[in-house]
Ligand binder design. Structure first.
Ligand code: SF4
Length: 503
């Protein structure tokens, strides 16, 4: 295993490209930057950068080998970066003998690139887009196919919902509400969330009060912004509302009801809009909460086992059983939910083909309406990263074969891929893909990925983004810490005001 990958680079602009690609090849290595800024690095020739991998115990790489990577002097910024990445990727393939499923495409939204090609190409055939995608980014034909399929399905869903696929001057908005509480903290979690019991009733109540205030005043600010733009969207009707976190169903039915009521009082929440609440942890779900959601207009929920292997659930600290997942599904169906999503994760500790096969078989029995397949990404804030040594003996596996098993599962359940994103430090450098039965797609998942609408976001860690003209989105980001959020709610509101008033 490679322990250290050392990057020396003469042009700062390409450091992020180098770092991302090197990280993709050497997932467990520490990436070290040597030499500082370009002015400190005089040994390098002008017009080229240098990449070096030092390994303590590998036979593939010489200890002091430099890999020169050319930088193109002409072309657009994007072309220059692609040129650099292509050269570095080719070198890394040569050194390691490995290729990456996505080639040198490092961005988080591969489908967006496919969409751009479709737009640029006019009547260009799907085959041509796929061919160009594989040729341009050196990605596998399967991934080129997936990116194209997702791009086409995204466009179909947006058009069915009456949302323009190209950002225009104003394209409507969606609402996000963050509830940063969970029954316990999962091993891989990096979200702004805390175990609800350790927060104490007082903090939970203070949080809800802050949230209700932010929703009410935030809505007024947004309404003024639209009026100023000459738009009369009153009462304000979002395309979708998403209550996530965290696990919203960690709250009591009464607390949930106050939040849902506040949303209904501030926005026009007709039956035709998508209203989704995460009920991710089966141990947080009961009859009363499900009825509260349903009666207040929630029409899509997410029940997330992540795996159907009890041993893994215990390692992850999820504090629920696989039977709880069946129970939660049964309750949700009985309550009348006919749009249930399920998340699973590949690359979990101690999981290989046999474990994934068990999960796949049981998900088929649960028969959700949509499925999101994540590849585990190890984030800095997670216990899995912070206490990495405690888990270093545990295997982690993700592969094209496991990905293929889950995509087959989706097809067996008559689902199509409709949104996708990638993250850094993902097991196997794969992707997260959302599949759904036609008509059961979440438009929120698409608009958040493809940046086609304003997002009015409330709560700790929530990030609002607004189209400010010329296809440019700007963000107002809330603090992540729960106590900080409740103490500084006025400031979070002021951030939205400042951005939207243009002061
Ligand atoms: S359920 Fe989600 S938000 Fe809650 S601890 Fe687990 S990963 Fe984090």
């Amino acid at each position: 295993m490679i322990k250290n990958a050392i990057i020396k680079i003469s042009d700062d602009e390409y450091y992020d490209d180098a770092q991302l690609l090197v990280r993709s090849f050497f997932v467990d290595a520490d990436i070290i930057r040597e030499g500082g800024k370009s002015s400190d690095v005089e040994v390098f020739k002008e017009g080229s950068s240098h990449f070096e991998v030092k390994s303590e115990n590998t036979i593939h790489i010489d200890a002091d080998r430099y890999v020169p990577v050319e930088i193109e002097a002409s072309g657009t910024r994007g072309e220059k970066h692609d040129f650099f990445k292509r050269n570095l990727y080719t070198e890394l393939v040569h050194i390691t003998g490995k290729t990456l499923p996505w080639g040198f495409l490092t961005g988080v939204r591969p489908a967006k690139r496919a969409t751009e090609m479709i737009k640029r190409g006019g009547m260009i055939s799907p085959q041509k887009v796929k061919d160009e995608f594989s040729k341009k980014y050196m990605m596998s034909p399967e991934k080129a196919n997936l990116a194209l399929e997702v791009a086409l399905n995204e466009r179909r869903v947006l058009s069915e919902k009456g949302i323009c696929a190209e950002p225009v001057d104003y394209n409507g908005f969606s609402v996000y509400v963050g509830i940063p509480f969970c029954p316990s903290t999962c091993l891989y979690c990096s979200f702004p969330s805390a175990p609800i019991t350790s927060c104490g009733e007082e903090l939970v109540e203070a949080y809800i009060e802050s949230l209700l205030t932010e929703i009410k005043i935030g809505r007024e600010i947004y309404e003024r912004h639209l009026k100023k733009k000459g738009l009369q969207y009153i009462p304000l009707k979002p395309s979708s509302v998403y209550i996530g976190g965290g696990t919203p169903t960690s709250l009591t039915p009464g607390q949930l009801e106050r939040i849902l009521r506040c949303l209904k009082e501030n926005f026009a929440m007709g039956d035709d809009i998508e209203f989704c609440a995460e009920a991710g942890r089966p141990d947080s779900i009961d009859n009363e909460k499900l009825y509260t959601l349903k009666e207040n207009g929630v029409n899509r929920i997410s029940v997330n086992p992540q795996t159907m292997n009890q041993k893994t659930l215990d390692i992850l600290g999820r504090a629920h059983t696989t039977e709880d997942v069946y129970r939660a599904f049964e309750l949700a169906r009985k309550t009348g939910f006919n749009n249930i999503n399920t998340d699973i994760i590949l690359g979990l500790p101690e999981e290989g083909e046999a474990e994934v096969e068990k999960t796949v078989n049981e998900i088929k029995i649960l028969s959700p309406d949509s499925l999101t397949v994540h590849s585990l990404a190890i984030k800095r804030a997670s216990r899995l990263k912070i206490n990495a040594r405690d888990y270093s003996d545990m295997s982690r596996e993700n592969s094209e074969k496991l990905i293929a098993m889950t995509s087959q599962l989706a097809r067996d359940m008559d689902m199509l891929p409709y949104y996708m994103y990638r993250q850094q430090n993902m097991a196997g450098n794969f992707e997260n893909t959302g599949y759904a039965k036609p008509g059961k797609e979440s438009v929120y998942n698409i608009v958040i990925m493809e940046e086609v609408q304003d997002i009015l976001a409330f709560g700790a860690g929530a990030s609002s983004k607004f189209l400010m003209g010329n296809n440019r989105f700007e963000r107002a980001v809330n603090v992540k810490d729960i106590r900080n959020y409740t103490d500084r709610t006025d400031e979070m509101i002021a951030r939205k005001e400042l951005l939207l008033s243009g002061k």
